[in-house]
Ligand binder design. Sequence first.
Ligand code: ZN
Length: 321
Amino acid sequence: MGVIRVSQVTGRFSIVQPGFTPQNAPEPQDSPVMSLVNRSGILQRMHGGGDDGDWSVRIFESRRPAVSRDAETIFRDEPRQCHPSFGYHYIMAATRRCDTPLEECQQWSHMLVAIQDRIRWLYEQTGVGYVAVFADMESHDVPAPRMQIATFRAMPPVILDEAQASDIAANERGVCTICQMIGDVSEGQRLVLRTDNFVAFCPWAPSCPYEFWIAPKRHSTGFLQANQKELEELSMMLRATLGGMTRILDGPPFGIAFHLSPERKNTRQVHWHVEVYPATLPPTSLERGFGVAVSDTSPEEAAERLGAAGRDEMAAIMGVE
Ligand SMILES: [Zn+2]
């Protein structure tokens, strides 16, 4: 217990945590460890809950965490490679009721600032090699975001693979894989939405129907360097694309993963982006067993539908009918 087992075949991590069930939202009796409170447009950090009614984002320790601070200190090499499942696991909730899509965007924007704040703090702690930002959401969560953060000692294999592929592409073609994808969709196909600094698109080879990614247009490996204007733009992108996706797909559950570079020296970097996976089809053994994803909708068609719905949402956010 308390260890991350590493597959000698795929390098994937596997955590065994007795009693684990995913906790996607705080429970009523949970008290926050910290709140970020909006005071005249500036987010202030407060220990505990803050005054009722004026808080923006609350941060809770997960009750049933995937990683924890009392993990056993065990390191082993192959074939039974493992390391401690030491880490922090938080649930972040922005649950104050909003009346307009614009207020909902502001809520997302506060969430993104809170995520930046937590990431900075977590990388100052010992035993934190990677901070994973993600969410498993129901469609009704879209207006009031609930995100999670879990930390690991080592870079998770998916991020490592992405960074390695990106390095190879940059060496061979002088441009990272994400920049390449953005260049490809800029010509029109698979483009969902774009703003001054961000682009939302469906990947060429999706892992599920209607999968889409949101990335900064210009090559950027530092999410923490995103400024207020960029976070506001990203929050509009998130609110518009998630709102549109929820509408055209009848509100499926969905997952979000922020693929970010580790904030450690001499580590591989990725052009950061957000990936969204709507769960419209059940998982298959073709995918788990062979890495072959099967979709019922082409990413070209998905992008067209997501784009049309996203533009309507964007108009509603801007107050244009
Ligand atoms: Zn790039």
